[in-house]
Design a protein around this ligand. Structure first.
Ligand SMILES: Cc1cc2nc3c(=O)[nH]c(=O)nc-3n(C[C@H](O)[C@H](O)[C@H](O)COP(=O)(O)OP(=O)(O)OC[C@H]3O[C@@H](n4cnc5c(N)ncnc54)[C@H](O)[C@@H]3O)c2cc1C
Length: 452
């Protein structure tokens, strides 16, 4: 019987690539169709949003930032390709060893990943070799910001980026094994189980609803889709949907009157980065928050500025797993097939504001040292529908506080695997995609062995 992979973004593509060569038949399903540039309405039905459980959630006019179809949101990505700092995987024990767990704010439940950083390191290396991850050539702006960072006592480096990001080609290699059937424009509606575990999926395709039987299912639909599918299927246990997190991006712009900074001459992946403010680089007992972010003087950044004399530094700050930041099903709002949409409850907390103020200060200092006459920080706002969402199906060893194990296997449901950022227990201050790829490859390799 086949393995169904739900979603053909980076996670689903890497899972398919691991399963098919290992001898398994794979049906790889994606809701998007070739030529789509946006979101598939059933798989990515716009969620509702509220900032606290006592509030009524409101419909948001747009779905989450991203794109459906082969390649998923990576087709919109820069694509910068970072490894997480090992500290991120071991945040709880490292904080306890250096300070005291009391520095973690009330309402959070920070847990270590059930993965040895040295193990993940090996999978990062495989991904980096496959995608030829490395620095992009420097430009006038990135070189200038690197020189200034060195003067400030920092150790700047060129942001790593994938030279070969073509997910379609990667999938093509798996299809060549003859064991992969792809179904595009099809939406998985529910995961079906029986007493033994996974039994198949219910899908919507070409206007009809039907059942595909499967031995195993890999959910690779990204956070909102994966968590909604688990909830609609009645699977995932007591904390499914909990500990939802986002990179609430920061940007500070500097004004360099009369200069042409040449910021537009390369893509947004090209950046000078500094890592001193990420992970445990900042003393959390002094500043009242844990974790930080890579800072990047990027070429165009997430929101390009057309003005040649404005330079920007941006950050993707850590956010801790708060129990009340969560995804569940909205009892009032349904999609075109009458299924509840996802409801997001999400608020920033005091530690988010402290971290943001601290990082904005460091970003401002960097720009001023580079000669900016004035700087302006974008308002720090919650970004629950931003480009980097996390959690809701986090990994751990205890089914009471996690949804999946270290290989993405849903506790108590043999044959069901979740991949992607929904499984991250903590997020770190750098982009997720390389970790998504490494974990998907690792999880699917373990699944292939389980099914033998
Ligand atoms: C504008 C933008 C820029 C970014 N830049 C970076 C960057 O520079 N570096 C970085 O590390 N990260 C970046 N990211 C994040 C990165 O793209 C994502 O982390 C990554 O794409 C996640 O991969 P995924 O496969 O888990 O999910 P996705 O890429 O979201 O793919 C999921 C796929 O699943 C399909 N799907 C979902 N539900 C169903 C269903 N029920 N049935 C069938 N199919 C379904 C969807 O159609 C979609 O194709 C960026 C994201 C965006 C939006």
């Amino acid at each position: 019987m086949t393995v169904v992979v739900v979603g053909l973004g980076p996670a689903g593509t890497f899972a398919t690539r691991a399963l098919a060569p290992a001898g398994h038949r794979v049906t790889a399903i994606d809701a998007g169709t070739p030529g789509d540039t946006g979101r598939a309405p059933l798989a990515a039905a716009a969620p509702t949003l509220r900032s606290a459980t006592h509030e009524e959630a409101v419909r948001v006019p747009v779905p989450q930032a991203g794109r459906d179809g082969i390649g998923g949101s990576k087709l919109l990505a820069a694509p910068q390709s970072y490894r997480l700092d090992p500290w991120t995987l071991q945040m709880r024990s490292r904080v306890e060893a250096r300070h005291d767990a009391g520095v973690l704010p009330p309402g959070t439940d920070v847990r270590d990943w059930p993965i040895d950083p040295a193990d993940l390191h090996e999978w990062y290396e495989r991904v980096e070799n496959l995608l030829r991850v490395g620095p992009r050539p420097a430009t006038r702006w990135t070189r200038r910001m690197a020189d200034v960072a060195r003067r400030l006592g920092l150790e700047p480096f060129a942001a790593p980026a994938a030279a070969s990001p073509d997910t379609g080609a990667l999938l093509g290699e798996a299809v060549e094994t003859g064991r992969v059937a792809t179904m595009l424009g099809a939406t998985v509606l529910e995961v079906l189980t029986d007493h033994a575990g996974v039994a198949g999926v219910r899908i919507h395709h070409e206007g009809r609803i039907r059942t595909l039987r499967a031995r195993a299912v890999v959910l690779a639909g990204s956070v909102l889709a994966n968590v909604r599918l688990l909830l609609l299927s009645g699977l995932g246990g007591p904390v499914v949907g909990r500990y939802f997190m986002s990179h609430n991006f920061l940007r500070v712009r500097g004004y360099f009157p009369g200069e042409d900074l040449d910021r537009g001459s390369a893509g947004p992946a090209t950046a000078t980065a500094v890592a001193e403010y990420d992970a445990d680089g900042i003393d959390c007992t002094r500043h009242g928050f844990v974790g930080g972010s890579i800072l990047q003087a990027a070429m165009t950044g997430p929101d390009p500025s057309p003005d040649p004399d404005r330079g920007a530094v941006w950050a993707q700050p850590e956010q801790l797993p708060y129990r009340d930041n969560a995804i569940d099903l909205d009892p009032m709002v349904i999609d075109a097939l009458g299924r509840p949409v996802a409801r997001i409850t999400f608020a920033l907390h005091e530690d988010d504001h402290r971290r943001a103020r601290y990082l904005q200060g460091a970003m401002r200092d960097w720009l001023l040292a580079a000669g900016a006459v004035t700087t302006v920080a974008d308002e720090f706002v919650a970004q629950p529908l931003g480009t980097h969402l996390y959690g809701g199906a986090r990994m751990g060893t205890d089914p009471a506080s996690s949804v999946v194990d270290g290989y993405g296997r849903v506790h108590g449901v043999p044959g069901l695997v979740v991949t992607g950022t929904a499984t991250f227990p903590t997020i770190g201050g750098r982009g997720p995609v390389q970790t998504v790829e490494a974990l998907a490859w690792r999880s699917a390799t373990a699944l292939a062995a389980d099914l033998r």
